[in-house]
Design a binder for this molecule. Structure first.
Ligand code: C2E
Ligand code: CA
Ligand code: CA
Length: 762
């Protein structure tokens, strides 16, 4: 029996020694406590080996004392452990010092027992077929030690059970294991007490190992499982785990939502998501990550799905899992951004870049087709926008976009290039110019409460792609340029980019280039055209520019001013002409002809490019002339473009003393109604405009109206373009005050003017 027990304890010792060595590598705040308890358990077991085999009575007595002392301390540390394990304070629970004192006293008493045998003594006995043992015989004082042990055990068990039932379920196992082993030790102790072999020793060994195992090794599997489950439930990705049969073993919240049978997600073939997962599982031999599109009713869902196959250590298939990330929002946003980068936000058509890109692709892939670039441009769109507001402007653009989109156009690519300019790429054979033009005239600000009392005209420019290597943006420019051919022609809506236009452009470029030194080389000349009263008296003159080109000869303003109007060079011309006129007035003043005036033209562009008020007042001061002698001709168009600002400027100029004339009245789009709001000194009517548009009778009627209205408003009228005596007669009859026209004289150089009129009056 001794031998059997000895072997058992030796094995226990080896296991404990292993545990002890292993604690060395563990990291735990209770590591030290576990090491102490393991050491004590080792001591107890080792000591008992001595008890078993030592034949010396005195030595055995000492070994017994050591055993009792060790159990004291084992229980002390067990108590400390059971209290501290859950983080509470040991001192709070029991009076630590008192207990230590008690244990020391008990320890000393037990040691003294080897000398005085006041607690127990040993006497040899023979048990188990003649084996020699020492049996213990206790004195009543031994019960003091016994009481201490019972007290410690009670404390320990109470604390352990208390903890066990107050801890989360997953930790309970640990406490209960330790507590149950302790109960076993107590029971074994009761039964082995005064017996030859104390079987409770095995309990101590088990307790030591259990402590190591429970505290340092054991991780509550279910806790782990549950924690992982909780974490995975609320993960921002979906998780689906399939078993070996491809059945869903586990799915988190998000994934359940996707698998939901009430409104199931399915792919484009109608395969429900759950079924799809199974198919993937059986068809995929390796791990994949990919975007897939699914539908819930008509709603599109884009999922990024990572599929992983699960295999065991030997590589055998165990199942698989899907990690699902919903990218719908992200992709929608990306698509929206891409859309905004390539499309016009108002009309939804391609923007210029995208139109050019798509057109380029088409041209490159269809070299054998004859293609056209067709551009549309709304007449006076800026003015319509100003007059009727941005909302009306937007509606007109949307309506234009609808027309451009119309499938009847057979357009291959279409887009909005800028403000009111749309472009289309169309095969020449598919393009019906007249029908397209009339369709584009149907543009209207649909949805506006009030009608727009303005004719909406859409001009169409057409460019046939003859050289596919030309950049698309240049092709568009050419189509747009074609439109410039229409302007001024009332009935025309479409125009082609052709050789003539190309030639015009070449000429324009030349003119601009040549203008560089025209002013410095005094190539610009001021011509004067007299303005006369009804009795033929010369009152003053209009200054009209001429360009004496060293190669091309005398160029009339109609040939170069429209070009300069476009690029702003006109302001240089005007500034030059104003200064020349002022210098001339100064000259006349010195000649004693302060009664004559000169009228100068102000281009609409000047209002944006120059500080008109400042320039004129400075000129008047510089040349010391009377502002009354300088008449300023402002066109109706310039006033309408920015009515309030222009009226303010006109009023400032008039208060300074300038005489302001409204030029070309009747040529623009103003209504007679506007007259009452415009405060100018003189109204200038051009006969040529009236004659061009209407029959003579009608134009006379209009003339009569304007003249009488103007007179009522206290504005004298000057008519220009008077070519015949008849015209002069009826104008005179109608009450026109002043005249200008070929009938009297053509514009002429200053010297000629002076010669003709100054000599005449002398
Ligand atoms: P406008 O200001 O209406 O000038 C009157 C134009 O009518 C002048 O043409 C003049 O020669 C022409 N004209 C005069 N009497 C008759 C007539 O009896 N019958 C016909 N058919 N025409 C007549 P011009 O000099 O060729 O000027 C054309 C336009 O160029 C001007 O029209 C004006 O708008 C512009 N312009 C001329 N010089 C200047 C200038 O220095 N600055 C600015 N901004 N524009 C100018
Ligand atoms: Ca004029
Ligand atoms: Ca005029």
């Amino acid at each position: 029996m001794k031998f059997f027990m000895g072997i058992l304890l030796a094995v226990a010792l080896v296991v404990m020694a292993f545990c002890m060595a292993a604690t060395h590598f563990k990291k735990h705040n209770l590591k030290r406590l576990i090491q102490i308890m393991l050491s004590i358990a080792i001591l107890i077991v080792f000591n008992y080996e001595i008890v078993l085999f030592l034949k010396n009575e005195q030595g055995n007595l000492l070994a017994h004392s050591v055993y009792f002392i060790a159990t004291d301390w084992m229980l002390y540390y067990m108590l400390q452990f059971s209290i501290e394990y859950s983080g509470s304070n040991f001192d709070q629970f029991v009076k630590r010092k008192l207990m230590l004192l008690l244990l020391f006293a008990d320890g000393v008493s037990l040691l003294l027992n080897t000398k005085f045998c006041h607690l127990f003594r040993l006497h040899p006995v023979t048990r188990y077929h003649g084996e020699h043992f020492y049996a213990m015989e206790t004195t009543p004082f031994f019960y003091v030690h016994y009481c201490i042990i019972i007290m410690l055990v009670t404390f320990c068990l109470t604390s352990l059970f208390y903890r066990a039932f107050h801890m989360p379920r997953f930790y309970r196992t640990k406490y209960l294991t330790i507590a149950i082993i302790m109960v076993i030790i107590v029971i074994a102790n009761i039964f082995s007490f005064k017996q030859a072999i104390d079987f409770s020793i095995i309990g101590y060994a088990l307790e030591g190992i259990a402590l190591y195992q429970c505290v340092l090794i054991f991780t509550p599997q279910r806790l782990l499982q549950k924690t992982l489950m909780v974490i995975s439930q609320d993960m921002p990705v979906g998780l689906i785990v399939l078993d070996i049969e491809g059945e869903v073993l586990y799915s988190n919240c998000l994934a359940r939502d996707l698998l939901n049978a009430d409104s199931p997600l399915s792919n484009k073939h109608g395969v429900p998501f759950r079924e799809w997962c199974r198919e993937q599982y059986f068809s995929k031999a390796e791990n994949t990550t990919q975007d897939y599109t699914f539908y819930r009713h008509a709603e599109k869902t884009i999922l990024n799905i990572q599929f992983e196959i699960l295999r065991d250590a030997r590589g055998k298939l165990q199942g698989g899992y899907f990690v699902i990330y919903d990218r719908t929002e992200e992709i929608n946003k990306m698509q929206e951004e891409r859309f905004l980068a390539t499309h016009d936000s108002l009309t939804g058509l391609y923007n210029k870049n995208q139109f050019c890109r798509k057109t380029r692709d088409y041209i490159d892939n269809h070299q054998d087709e004859t293609l056209l670039i067709v551009c549309s441009n709304i007449k006076d769109f800026k003015m319509i926008n100003d007059l009727f507001g941005d909302k009306a402007g937007d509606l007109i653009l949307k309506s234009s976009a609808d027309m451009v989109k119309s499938p009847e156009n057979n357009a291959l690519v279409y887009g909005r290039l800028s403000n009111d300019i749309f472009a289309l790429l169309i095969r020449k054979v598919d393009f019906n110019e007249d029908r397209f033009a009339s369709r584009m005239q149907e543009v209207s600000p649909a949805g506006m409460e009030t009608e727009i009392s303005y004719p909406l005209i859409n001009y169409i420019g057409i460019y046939e792609i003859t050289d596919p290597t030309v950049p698309v943006s240049v092709m568009c420019d050419r189509a747009k340029l074609a439109i410039s051919k229409i302007k001024g022609d009332y009935h025309k809506r479409t125009a082609h980019y052709d050789e003539e236009l190309r030639e015009n452009i070449r000429c324009e470029t030349e003119l601009i280039r040549d203008f560089n030194n025209a002013i410095d080389q005094k190539q610009l000349k001021m011509y004067l055209q007299p303005q006369v009263s009804s009795d033929g008296r010369m009152l003053g003159a209009e200054a009209l520019v001429r360009w004496e080109h060293p190669v091309k000869g005398l160029i009339p303003p109609a040939q170069f001013l429209p070009v300069f109007e476009k690029n702003g060079l006109i302001s240089d011309v005007d500034k030059y002409m104003w200064e020349t006129a002022c210098a001339q007035l100064r000259d006349w003043k010195e000649q004693g002809r302060e009664d004559l005036y000169i009228s100068v033209n102000i281009s609409p562009r000047d209002f944006y490019l120059l500080n008109i008020y400042q320039i004129f007042t400075e000129l008047v001061e510089k040349y010391e002339i009377n502002p009354r002698n300088l008449k300023l001709e402002i066109t109706e168009t310039a006033i309408i473009m920015d009515f309030d600002r222009q009226m303010e400027l006109i009023s400032k100029l008039r208060s300074y003393g300038f005489s302001v004339e409204m030029d070309d009245f009747g040529s623009g789009n103003s209504s007679l109604n506007l007259l009452k709001d415009i405060y100018v000194d003189v109204l200038k009517i051009d006969m040529v405009f009236l004659q061009a548009a209407q029959d003579e009778e009608r134009s006379r009627k209009i003339l009569r109206m304007i003249i009488s209205l103007s007179k009522q408003l206290g504005m004298p009228v000057i008519t220009e373009g008077v070519e015949t005596i008849e015209q002069l007669r009826f104008l005179d009859q109608m009450g026109c005050d002043m005249f200008q026209g070929y009938y009297f004289a053509r514009p002429m150089p200053v010297e000629q003017f002076e010669r003709l009129y100054f000599e005449q009056s002398r």
